[in-house]
Each structure stands twice: as C-alpha cells, then as structure tokens.
Design a protein around this ligand. Structure first.
Ligand code: 5AD
Ligand code: SF4
Length: 476
C-alpha cells in the first residue's frame, strides 16, 4: 500500500507548512510536507530534531533561513508538483544568498545527488532515515558544501524522539509503528525510497499514545506501510529473537494501545490483505475503542493483474478477508485503494475491478491511474501500454461507481444515533462542528456546547456522498 487513507493522502493538507512556538533569536525553519500520513508524521520528527538544534518555525517562507520540503514519489504528478515548488524557492535564493534549501523524504531518496549536480535546485538532500543527521548536514552547508545523506537504515525508527505535534486540531494524531516495506508490489516505489521494513519498540508506542492522551488527544492512528506485519522481538519467519523478553504482533499491539485509556480511539493504516489475520479482527471486535474501520487496498479485482502487481493474493483470497471482516465485526467501515490501467489490463479485467467494488461496497476509495515509476518491477518487466485517455476513462468509471456506493452508504446512516468524536469547527461556519463516527464517516452538526475532543451522541438527519449531517441528542 502506501499509507493512504483520507487522512493518509489528504488533498487539503498537501503543501501544508508547520508552525510551533517562537524561539527568541533562533534561526527560522519553513517546512512544507507532501504525500502520505507517514510523511506528515516524519515532519513532526524533523521539527522536533531541529527545535532541539535551536530552530523555530515560520509559516512565511520569505522570512526563513532554512526551507525544507518533505516529498512524495508515489506517482509522477506528485513529483512534478514538488519540482515546480523547488524552482520557485530556488528563485528566491537569488536575493537571499544565505538561504538554505533542502529536500527530504521519498523524492530525495529516489533522486539522490541528481538534485544537487544536474538540477542544482537544493543544498541538502536527506532521505527518510537520515533526519537525525540534519543538524550536521546544515552545518556542512554553512561551511560552504552541499550535503547529502541518503543512507537507508535497517533499524532506524526514531523511537526515542517525541514528535512535535503539527496537526492543528489537538484531537487526532498519528503514531508510526513500522517504517519501510518489504512487499515489492511491482508498481510501487516505496520499497526503494523507504527501505526495509522494521518495527518500533511497543513500549515507546504505548508511551507516545499515553502522552498524546494526557495532552488532550482522543484518537491515534497507528501508521505503517503494512501494519499487519508489525512484529517485535520476532524474525520475519516468526522465530523469537530474545527468549527472555515477550514478543508482540500487531493484534497484541492494538490491545496494548487500546488499554492506554477507554476514551482514546484507535485507528490504523494500512492493512495488507495478504497479512491481515483474524486475531486482528477479533481485537477490533472485542475492544470498543478500536474503531470499526479498515482500509484494505484491493488495487484490482482481477487475479491475473494482482499477480502481475505482485500483491500476494487473489480475488478469492481478498473476498475471504472481506467476509471475515463482515462476520467478525458487524458494521465495519471498509475503504480501499484502486489503480486503473495497469500494464496489459484488458476491459474484462477492468470490469472485474468494478464487480469487486459492487460486491464489497466500500465506504470510500482512493482511486488512481497507473503511473510507471523508475526501477520498479513493473517498469522493468511490463510495458505501460494502456493509453492515458483510456486510463482516465476507466478511472472515471470507477469514480462514478464509488460515488454511488458512498452516497448509498451515507443514506443508510440517516436516522441512526452515532457516537461522534468532535474534531474541529466545520469549514463553513464556527457554529457547526465536524466529527467522525466510529466507522470514520464525517458528520457536520450544530455546535451547541460541544468542543473539540468531546464525545457526543448525534442523530443523523441528512447526507450527501461526502458527509453526514446531524444534531446532538442527549445521551441516554
Ligand atoms: N501508480 C498509481 N498508483 C500507485 N499507488 C502506488 N504506486 C502507484 C503507482 N505507481 C497507489 C496504490 C497504493 C496507494 C498508496 O497509491 O493504490 O495503495
Ligand atoms: Fe504498499 Fe505494496 Fe508499496 Fe509496500 S510495496 S508501500 S505494500 S503498495
């Protein structure tokens, strides 16, 4: 997958700049983030490291001493957007010779020194596992060098760094539990940019969730490229590494985090259909505060395409997992990712994607045209041979179908009374609040005396395909 849930690849957050408290006389950092939730979470680690190095943050790139962009390589157009942004910043440098510009994240890892040598757009190139080295890299640049660290690590998880929280609402936060990915889906650049999969010490995860709860947070989303393969003190073959210490798998981690506090909601992303076991589903079913919501990327409904994608499951296997979810967790929201126009995809195979959507009826889906990425298995083995306009036509077809399903799902909620965690004032009016139901549906309702972080009971009165409307009712 790639962590891409609604909050995963939230269009509204692309290019968001962070701010923290000012440090008197400190150097100023402008840090902009793109891509998935893992990147936004990494930016919080970067902010923490640089605050300790004497930086304060600014929302205004024009007053910055250091501009950093945390980047995404998942599709070609993501990179294009960032390149344009870098060119803009680079122009600003002409009038401000002391300004340092750095690129972080997946694009830094993928392009390495090209960005310095050929395009001459940046001073610092830092891959996802090198953020502890940023103060050193900045020093090198100040000494007149260009600075690069694109080493990938087998064990870096930034476990001991307490991230500076950059999400604005103070209610929902991300906590990363694994880094990297070992799956090698043939279309995906992530294994090349984020390296080998490694899990973070469970005690540090529980501590971070506890600290978030004490700071007023009421929801955490545990992040990993493939959360189901989380394992602590175990090898990938399931052998125990240290007999004197306990092992932890993902289901066990979920239960540990659920026990932090009954009022802390737990979500996670992303699940992988080949690794999602029933014990994870039972953990969800048995704990009220583990939300009934699973993001389970399908990518395609056709088993031959899935094989070419190297996803490690067939359509039948995927449907078996969906049946298990529906059997074990009644009323569970399911969302997905879909790619249209993968190499050699026939019309019949595309039809199978439409038919699996009809069978599952996802709450929402994140839908993309296939974008060939350098070095991936698909780039080396298959031809990117579906014409752009045909990819687009197929994409529009699945989007239209998904909108029907989203609307039907939302309509089915009308009349229900749901527990909603209040997040923020709604975009349109301070008098209305936005919150989410357990299954992650967005609800807009009159504020009354509710505030962010409260749990309120809301009667659902109306909806469109994107959200529900409701009114607060007294809890019985
Ligand atoms: N082209 C299009 N979509 C992609 N994704 C990952 N790589 C590509 C690509 N090369 C999508 C997948 C994944 C999500 C994070 O992004 O659907 O689940
Ligand atoms: Fe997700 Fe597959 Fe990419 Fe790993 S290789 S990040 S599982 S799409």
């Amino acid at each position: 997958m790639g962590i891409v849930l609604d909050k995963d690849m939230d269009e509204a957050r692309q290019g968001e700049a962070i701010t923290m408290n000012e440090v008197e006389g400190g150097r100023k950092l402008y840090l902009e983030s793109y891509g998935c939730a893992m990147n936004f979470s990494d930016s919080e680690v970067v902010a923490s490291i640089l605050t300790n190095d004497g930086f304060s943050t600014t929302q205004d790139s024009e007053e910055a001493d250091l501009i950093l962009i945390n980047t995404c390589s998942i599709r070609e157009n993501a990179e294009q957007r960032i390149r344009n942004r870098l060119r803009q910043f680079n122009k600003a440098k002409k009038n401000r010779p002391g300004l340092i510009i750095g690129i972080l994240g997946c694009m830094a890892e993928r392009l390495k020194t090209n960005l310095l040598e050929e395009e001459k757009l940046v001073d610092i190139v830092a891959g996802p596992d090198s953020y502890r080295d940023l103060p050193g890299l900045i020093q090198e640049v100040e000494g007149g060098q260009k600075a690069v660290n694109v080493l990938l690590s087998r064990d870096e998880t930034y476990a001991d760094i307490s991230p500076v929280r950059l999400d604005k609402n103070g209610v929902t936060g991300f906590v990363s539990i694994t880094r990297g990915c070992d799956n090698m889906c043939s279309f995906c650049v992530v294994p090349f940019t984020r390296g080998r999969e490694r899990s973070r010490d469970p005690q540090t995860i529980v501590q971070e969730c506890g600290a978030l709860f004490n700071a007023g947070y009421r929801e955490v989303t545990l992040l990993g490229q493939n959360v189901d393969s989380y394992r602590w003190n175990m090898t990938s073959k399931g052998e125990i590494k240290d007999e004197t210490n306990p092992t932890t798998n993902f289901a066990e981690l979920l239960v540990m985090v659920a026990q932090v506090h009954p009022d802390l909601r737990i979500r996670f992303s992303t699940s992988h259909p080949k690794d999602m076991t029933d014990d994870v589903l039972y953990a969800i079913a048995n704990h009220k505060n583990i939300c009934n919501y699973i993001h389970l990327p399908v990518q395609s409904g056709n088993s031959d395409i899935l094989k070419k994608m190297n996803r490690g499951y067939t359509r039948e296997w995927y449907m078996n997992r969906i049946e298990a979810i529906n059997r074990i967790i009644p009323n569970c929201g399911i969302t997905t990712d879909i790619i249209t126009g993968f190499c050699d995809e026939t019309l019949e195979q595309h039809e199978e994607t439409l038919s699996i959507m009809r069978e599952v009826k996802y709450d929402t889906a994140y839908m993309y045209k296939y974008s060939e990425r350098p070095k991936t298995l698909a780039e080396r083995k298959y031809e990117d041979n579906i014409p752009e306009d045909e990819k687009q036509r197929r994409l529009e077809e699945i989007i239209t179908l998904q909108h029907e399903h989203s609307l039907a799902m939302n309509k089915a909620q009308v009349g229900k009374i749901e527990e909603v965690l209040v997040e923020t004032p709604s975009k349109r009016s301070e008098e209305q609040m936005m919150g989410r139901t357990d299954r992650n549906l967005k609800v807009i309702f009159d504020r009354k005396d509710s505030k962010p972080g409260d749990y309120v009971m809301v009667r659902i009165t109306d909806c469109n395909k994107a959200s529900l409307k409701g009114e607060i009712v007294e809890s019985e």
